[in-house]
Design a protein around this ligand. Structure first.
Ligand SMILES: [Zn+2]
Length: 292
Protein backbone atom coordinates (compact mmCIF):
# COMPACT_ATOMS: atom_id res chain seq x y z
CA UNK A 1 0.00 0.00 0.00
CA UNK A 2 1.31 3.45 -0.85
CA UNK A 3 1.85 5.43 2.36
CA UNK A 4 2.81 9.04 3.08
CA UNK A 5 6.21 9.04 1.27
CA UNK A 6 4.87 7.39 -1.90
CA UNK A 7 1.72 9.53 -2.04
CA UNK A 8 3.86 12.63 -1.46
CA UNK A 9 6.09 11.60 -4.38
CA UNK A 10 3.06 10.86 -6.58
CA UNK A 11 1.70 14.35 -5.80
CA UNK A 12 5.05 15.90 -6.77
CA UNK A 13 5.14 13.81 -9.95
CA UNK A 14 1.62 14.93 -10.93
CA UNK A 15 2.41 18.59 -10.16
CA UNK A 16 5.18 18.34 -12.74
CA UNK A 17 3.26 16.39 -15.39
CA UNK A 18 -0.41 17.33 -14.97
CA UNK A 19 -0.65 20.78 -13.34
CA UNK A 20 -1.49 23.46 -15.88
CA UNK A 21 -3.21 21.00 -18.21
CA UNK A 22 -6.95 20.99 -18.88
CA UNK A 23 -8.86 17.78 -18.28
CA UNK A 24 -10.25 16.19 -21.44
CA UNK A 25 -12.26 13.46 -19.73
CA UNK A 26 -12.50 11.30 -16.61
CA UNK A 27 -13.81 7.76 -16.74
CA UNK A 28 -14.51 5.20 -14.02
CA UNK A 29 -14.35 1.54 -14.96
CA UNK A 30 -16.99 0.63 -12.37
CA UNK A 31 -19.61 2.32 -10.19
CA UNK A 32 -17.82 1.07 -7.09
CA UNK A 33 -14.69 3.18 -7.74
CA UNK A 34 -16.44 6.55 -7.62
CA UNK A 35 -17.69 7.20 -4.09
CA UNK A 36 -19.55 10.44 -4.90
CA UNK A 37 -22.30 11.01 -7.48
CA UNK A 38 -22.80 14.78 -7.49
CA UNK A 39 -21.09 16.52 -9.25
CA UNK A 40 -20.69 13.93 -12.04
CA UNK A 41 -17.30 13.13 -13.60
CA UNK A 42 -18.33 15.06 -16.73
CA UNK A 43 -18.06 18.26 -14.64
CA UNK A 44 -14.26 17.86 -14.80
CA UNK A 45 -14.07 18.36 -18.57
CA UNK A 46 -12.29 21.63 -19.39
CA UNK A 47 -11.10 22.35 -15.84
CA UNK A 48 -7.39 23.11 -15.53
CA UNK A 49 -5.48 21.11 -12.93
CA UNK A 50 -3.92 23.41 -10.35
CA UNK A 51 -1.97 22.22 -7.35
CA UNK A 52 -1.72 18.54 -6.45
CA UNK A 53 -1.53 17.87 -2.73
CA UNK A 54 -1.72 15.12 -0.15
CA UNK A 55 -3.81 14.52 2.98
CA UNK A 56 -2.56 11.43 4.82
CA UNK A 57 -2.62 8.74 2.11
CA UNK A 58 -5.10 10.68 -0.07
CA UNK A 59 -4.02 12.42 -3.29
CA UNK A 60 -5.83 15.70 -3.96
CA UNK A 61 -5.94 17.26 -7.44
CA UNK A 62 -7.36 20.79 -7.39
CA UNK A 63 -9.26 21.23 -10.67
CA UNK A 64 -10.21 24.74 -11.80
CA UNK A 65 -9.08 27.80 -9.86
CA UNK A 66 -10.70 28.37 -6.48
CA UNK A 67 -12.21 31.67 -7.58
CA UNK A 68 -13.77 30.00 -10.61
CA UNK A 69 -17.30 28.66 -10.25
CA UNK A 70 -17.24 24.89 -10.60
CA UNK A 71 -13.78 24.42 -9.06
CA UNK A 72 -13.52 20.83 -7.85
CA UNK A 73 -11.18 18.46 -6.07
CA UNK A 74 -10.50 15.03 -7.48
CA UNK A 75 -9.46 12.98 -4.45
CA UNK A 76 -7.87 9.53 -4.79
CA UNK A 77 -7.22 6.81 -2.23
CA UNK A 78 -5.17 3.97 -3.70
CA UNK A 79 -5.96 1.56 -0.85
CA UNK A 80 -3.96 -1.63 -0.43
CA UNK A 81 -3.42 -2.77 -4.01
CA UNK A 82 -3.99 0.37 -6.06
CA UNK A 83 -1.46 2.24 -8.14
CA UNK A 84 -1.16 5.20 -10.50
CA UNK A 85 0.28 4.62 -13.95
CA UNK A 86 1.24 7.68 -15.96
CA UNK A 87 0.89 7.42 -19.73
CA UNK A 88 2.31 9.94 -22.20
CA UNK A 89 -0.24 8.69 -24.73
CA UNK A 90 -3.50 7.31 -23.43
CA UNK A 91 -5.48 4.96 -25.65
CA UNK A 92 -8.41 6.73 -27.30
CA UNK A 93 -10.78 3.82 -26.72
CA UNK A 94 -13.27 4.37 -23.88
CA UNK A 95 -12.75 2.56 -20.58
CA UNK A 96 -14.88 -0.56 -20.36
CA UNK A 97 -15.92 -2.35 -17.20
CA UNK A 98 -14.45 -5.81 -16.96
CA UNK A 99 -11.85 -7.96 -15.33
CA UNK A 100 -8.88 -5.76 -16.15
CA UNK A 101 -7.16 -4.05 -13.20
CA UNK A 102 -8.01 -0.64 -14.70
CA UNK A 103 -10.23 1.27 -12.27
CA UNK A 104 -10.17 4.88 -13.42
CA UNK A 105 -8.67 7.02 -16.18
CA UNK A 106 -8.00 10.75 -16.34
CA UNK A 107 -7.18 12.11 -19.80
CA UNK A 108 -5.57 15.52 -20.35
CA UNK A 109 -5.76 17.98 -23.24
CA UNK A 110 -2.43 16.86 -24.76
CA UNK A 111 -3.34 13.17 -24.94
CA UNK A 112 -1.40 12.22 -21.81
CA UNK A 113 -2.93 11.25 -18.48
CA UNK A 114 -3.03 8.48 -15.94
CA UNK A 115 -4.71 5.19 -15.18
CA UNK A 116 -5.52 4.05 -11.68
CA UNK A 117 -5.16 0.28 -11.45
CA UNK A 118 -5.97 -2.15 -8.68
CA UNK A 119 -4.64 -5.69 -8.46
CA UNK A 120 -6.53 -8.56 -6.86
CA UNK A 121 -10.20 -9.25 -6.26
CA UNK A 122 -10.74 -6.97 -3.26
CA UNK A 123 -11.62 -3.62 -4.78
CA UNK A 124 -10.97 -0.82 -2.31
CA UNK A 125 -9.52 1.92 -4.52
CA UNK A 126 -11.66 5.04 -4.09
CA UNK A 127 -12.16 8.22 -6.10
CA UNK A 128 -14.13 11.22 -4.86
CA UNK A 129 -15.21 14.32 -6.76
CA UNK A 130 -15.98 17.08 -4.26
CA UNK A 131 -16.03 20.86 -3.84
CA UNK A 132 -13.93 20.67 -0.69
CA UNK A 133 -11.53 17.82 0.32
CA UNK A 134 -13.05 17.92 3.83
CA UNK A 135 -16.20 16.40 2.32
CA UNK A 136 -14.30 13.11 2.02
CA UNK A 137 -15.01 11.24 5.28
CA UNK A 138 -11.52 9.73 5.49
CA UNK A 139 -9.95 13.20 5.20
CA UNK A 140 -12.32 14.91 7.65
CA UNK A 141 -11.30 12.43 10.37
CA UNK A 142 -7.53 12.38 9.72
CA UNK A 143 -5.16 12.84 12.64
CA UNK A 144 -2.25 15.32 12.48
CA UNK A 145 0.31 15.18 9.66
CA UNK A 146 3.58 13.81 11.08
CA UNK A 147 5.72 15.91 8.68
CA UNK A 148 4.02 19.19 9.70
CA UNK A 149 5.96 21.62 11.93
CA UNK A 150 3.29 21.44 14.66
CA UNK A 151 3.85 17.68 15.06
CA UNK A 152 6.23 18.24 17.98
CA UNK A 153 7.45 15.90 20.74
CA UNK A 154 4.81 17.48 23.00
CA UNK A 155 2.09 16.85 20.42
CA UNK A 156 3.12 13.18 20.22
CA UNK A 157 3.19 12.96 24.04
CA UNK A 158 -0.42 14.21 24.15
CA UNK A 159 -1.41 11.63 21.50
CA UNK A 160 0.09 8.72 23.46
CA UNK A 161 -0.96 9.77 26.99
CA UNK A 162 -3.55 7.50 28.54
CA UNK A 163 -3.93 5.26 25.49
CA UNK A 164 -4.02 1.62 26.62
CA UNK A 165 -3.33 0.32 23.12
CA UNK A 166 -0.24 -1.12 21.45
CA UNK A 167 2.00 1.43 19.74
CA UNK A 168 1.91 -0.46 16.41
CA UNK A 169 -1.86 0.07 16.24
CA UNK A 170 -1.59 3.73 17.29
CA UNK A 171 0.98 4.54 14.59
CA UNK A 172 -1.06 3.13 11.71
CA UNK A 173 -4.44 4.48 12.84
CA UNK A 174 -5.24 7.28 10.37
CA UNK A 175 -7.52 9.01 12.90
CA UNK A 176 -4.58 9.35 15.33
CA UNK A 177 -1.67 10.16 12.97
CA UNK A 178 -2.10 10.64 9.20
CA UNK A 179 -0.19 8.80 6.49
CA UNK A 180 1.65 5.99 8.30
CA UNK A 181 0.51 2.47 7.42
CA UNK A 182 1.64 -1.09 8.02
CA UNK A 183 5.05 -0.71 6.36
CA UNK A 184 6.31 2.57 7.83
CA UNK A 185 4.99 1.74 11.33
CA UNK A 186 7.27 -1.33 11.25
CA UNK A 187 10.15 0.84 10.02
CA UNK A 188 9.59 3.55 12.64
CA UNK A 189 9.51 1.03 15.52
CA UNK A 190 12.67 -0.67 14.24
CA UNK A 191 14.43 2.71 14.04
CA UNK A 192 13.20 3.56 17.56
CA UNK A 193 14.28 0.08 18.84
CA UNK A 194 10.86 -0.45 20.41
CA UNK A 195 8.49 -3.39 20.67
CA UNK A 196 5.41 -3.04 18.46
CA UNK A 197 3.34 -4.37 21.39
CA UNK A 198 4.49 -1.66 23.85
CA UNK A 199 1.51 0.20 25.29
CA UNK A 200 1.22 3.84 24.22
CA UNK A 201 0.40 4.96 27.76
CA UNK A 202 3.66 3.46 29.08
CA UNK A 203 6.01 5.79 27.19
CA UNK A 204 8.43 7.86 29.31
CA UNK A 205 9.25 11.40 28.08
CA UNK A 206 12.61 10.10 26.76
CA UNK A 207 10.86 7.29 24.87
CA UNK A 208 8.36 9.75 23.37
CA UNK A 209 11.28 11.86 22.12
CA UNK A 210 12.99 8.75 20.65
CA UNK A 211 9.79 7.67 18.89
CA UNK A 212 9.19 11.19 17.59
CA UNK A 213 12.68 11.34 16.10
CA UNK A 214 12.19 7.90 14.52
CA UNK A 215 8.87 8.94 12.94
CA UNK A 216 10.25 12.16 11.50
CA UNK A 217 13.56 10.77 10.21
CA UNK A 218 12.04 7.55 8.79
CA UNK A 219 9.40 9.48 6.84
CA UNK A 220 11.77 12.27 5.79
CA UNK A 221 14.36 9.77 4.51
CA UNK A 222 11.69 7.88 2.56
CA UNK A 223 10.31 11.11 1.08
CA UNK A 224 13.83 12.16 0.06
CA UNK A 225 14.55 8.77 -1.55
CA UNK A 226 11.26 8.94 -3.51
CA UNK A 227 11.60 12.59 -4.56
CA UNK A 228 11.93 13.06 -8.30
CA UNK A 229 11.12 9.44 -9.11
CA UNK A 230 8.57 8.66 -11.78
CA UNK A 231 5.36 6.95 -10.66
CA UNK A 232 6.56 3.69 -12.22
CA UNK A 233 9.72 3.59 -10.06
CA UNK A 234 8.19 4.37 -6.67
CA UNK A 235 7.08 0.86 -5.74
CA UNK A 236 10.55 -0.59 -6.25
CA UNK A 237 12.11 2.26 -4.29
CA UNK A 238 9.76 1.66 -1.36
CA UNK A 239 10.67 -2.05 -1.28
CA UNK A 240 14.42 -1.55 -1.40
CA UNK A 241 14.32 1.27 1.15
CA UNK A 242 12.56 -0.77 3.86
CA UNK A 243 14.70 -2.34 6.60
CA UNK A 244 12.28 -4.72 8.36
CA UNK A 245 8.85 -4.54 6.76
CA UNK A 246 8.29 -7.52 4.44
CA UNK A 247 11.78 -8.87 5.29
CA UNK A 248 10.91 -11.78 7.60
CA UNK A 249 13.63 -14.44 7.49
CA UNK A 250 16.30 -12.00 6.32
CA UNK A 251 19.11 -10.66 8.54
CA UNK A 252 18.59 -7.30 10.27
CA UNK A 253 20.84 -4.68 8.63
CA UNK A 254 21.65 -3.24 12.07
CA UNK A 255 22.48 -6.31 14.20
CA UNK A 256 22.35 -9.38 11.94
CA UNK A 257 19.56 -11.14 13.89
CA UNK A 258 16.85 -12.77 11.78
CA UNK A 259 13.80 -10.56 11.23
CA UNK A 260 10.61 -12.18 12.58
CA UNK A 261 6.97 -11.91 11.74
CA UNK A 262 3.94 -11.97 14.02
CA UNK A 263 0.26 -11.51 13.23
CA UNK A 264 -1.27 -8.17 14.10
CA UNK A 265 -4.91 -7.17 13.61
CA UNK A 266 -5.84 -8.04 10.02
CA UNK A 267 -2.26 -8.50 8.79
CA UNK A 268 1.27 -9.23 9.98
CA UNK A 269 4.09 -7.11 11.29
CA UNK A 270 7.84 -7.63 11.04
CA UNK A 271 10.44 -6.73 13.66
CA UNK A 272 13.95 -7.56 14.85
CA UNK A 273 14.03 -9.32 18.26
CA UNK A 274 17.55 -8.15 19.14
CA UNK A 275 16.91 -4.50 18.21
CA UNK A 276 13.35 -4.25 19.50
CA UNK A 277 12.29 -6.85 22.07
CA UNK A 278 15.39 -7.65 24.13
CA UNK A 279 16.16 -10.72 21.99
CA UNK A 280 12.83 -12.41 22.81
CA UNK A 281 10.52 -13.28 19.92
CA UNK A 282 6.97 -11.99 20.36
CA UNK A 283 4.24 -14.58 20.95
CA UNK A 284 1.85 -14.86 18.04
CA UNK A 285 -1.48 -14.47 19.81
CA UNK A 286 -3.54 -15.53 16.86
CA UNK A 287 -1.55 -18.72 16.43
CA UNK A 288 -1.56 -19.62 20.13
CA UNK A 289 -5.31 -19.03 20.26
CA UNK A 290 -5.79 -21.45 17.37
CA UNK A 291 -3.64 -24.08 19.07
CA UNK A 292 -5.58 -24.02 22.34
ZN1 LIG B 1 18.38 -5.88 14.60
Amino acid sequence: MPELPEVEALAAFLRERASGHAIARAEAASFAVLKTFDPPLTALAGLVIGDVGRHGKFLDLACGTDSQAGALHLVIHLARAGWLRWRDELPAKPVRPGKSPLAFRLALDDGSGFDLTEAGTQKRLAVYLVHDPAEVPGIATLGPEPMAPDFTVDALARILAGRRTQIKGVLRDQHIIAGIGNAYSDEVLHAAKMSPFKLAASFTPEEVATLHAAIVTTLRDAVERSAGLAAADLKGEKKTGLRVHGKAGQPCSVCGDIIREVSFADSALQYCPTCQTGGKPLADRRLSRLLK
